[in-house]
Design a protein around this ligand. Sequence first.
Ligand code: PLP
Length: 433
Amino acid sequence: METEEEILLKFDKTHIWHPYTSMTEPLPVYPVAGADGCFIELADGTRLVDGMSSWWCAVHGYNHPHLNRAAVGQIERFSHVMFGGLTHRPAVELARRLVDITQEGLDRVFYCDSGSVAVEVAAKMAIQYMQASGRTGRTRLATVRGGYHGDTWQAMSVCDPETGMHSFYRGALPVHYFAPRPAVAFGEEWDPSDLAAMEALLGENHERIAAVILEPVVQGAGGMWFYHPEYVRGVRELCDRYGVLMIADEIATGFMRTGTMFACDRAGVRPDIMCLGKAITGGYMSFAAVMATARVAEVISSNPPYVFMHGPTFMGNPLACAVACASLELISDPGLPARIKSIEQTLRERLAPAATLQIVRDVRVLGAIGVLELDRPVDMARVQRRCAEEGVWIRPFGRLFYIMPPYVIDDDQLARLCGAMLKIAAEMDAGEY
Ligand SMILES: *Cc1c(COP(=O)(O)O)cnc(C)c1O
């Protein structure tokens, strides 16, 4: 007799695609029975300390009473109505909060369904802005290598051309401009020559470029690289010089992950367009917002076609907006910056010993993000299993063994995550796998 769990896994394996996986040679998946606080509970009763915040989004942990109340309260009123011709309190209250916490001047809000769609919307805004202002040749984007902006068409085309997916869609993807990855690391001494390539690129091609898009300070899924905020400031200046818009993709970095509300805040930079997602609903549902300046909104709106040409079915979903408002209340807790600082401190102390391992090329910590960059790609299935055996949920990719735990993680749980990383890295170092 097969157990219920075995039946479930068998069906999953045969019929369901998981992120970036084969349907003929799928990697193992673990069935979840529940999730609470910083724990993910598997069907066999194992409780794993969550090191991933479910890919940056579950920043308040799981099954959070405040978010639950907001969701249930909104469901009992209405979970969805179309946003064409209608509006509602959750959408308005969320917009108020977003305008309040983003840089002065980013005060026009466009709601959409996911981070990738937010990037599509931002690109459409930039290109429509240029069309509206008569600069019709500006249809391309510029960015830096090593980025990750999502899996949809335009988003994919500005991901790193090598680690991204460009080669599989050659000929079909829009072709954009790439400067090298910013080289000066966060915390190192700034060297203005780091901007030279971007400057040359924009100098030469700005008449074809609508916007520069980048993940400020922290590049996430493209390589977990932390670079100098001066680079972001420099890009802002170059954009102004060449009449190019600046799009900040804060989908991963936003809402305190790097220790400031937004990573742009570290550079004191206000982009023209900003993409928000992931943690916006505390991981309860897929939702995103694109913030724009009044100028971007007005130029688009005062020239043909006089409207911004986007409007997804689930735009402004009330349930997502209500949960997002509750999540932003928690994010605005005056004690949170100190909490992130303390997570950062603990990560620094506890991950530092990994630097002595041969296999570890670099140890990086910023805000509530801790990274071991290895000298070779990990055996994902193997490392994933070892993590589960050590009681932690961490999903490495490529040469990156990293965590970005929920902000509510306690010191013991954090110690467990770091301890497991060190132990497993040491096993890899000893050649065990
Ligand atoms: C995850 C991510 C996206 C894409 O968001 P989805 O919600 O997965 O579509 C875009 N940009 C950055 C920086 C991200 O980390």
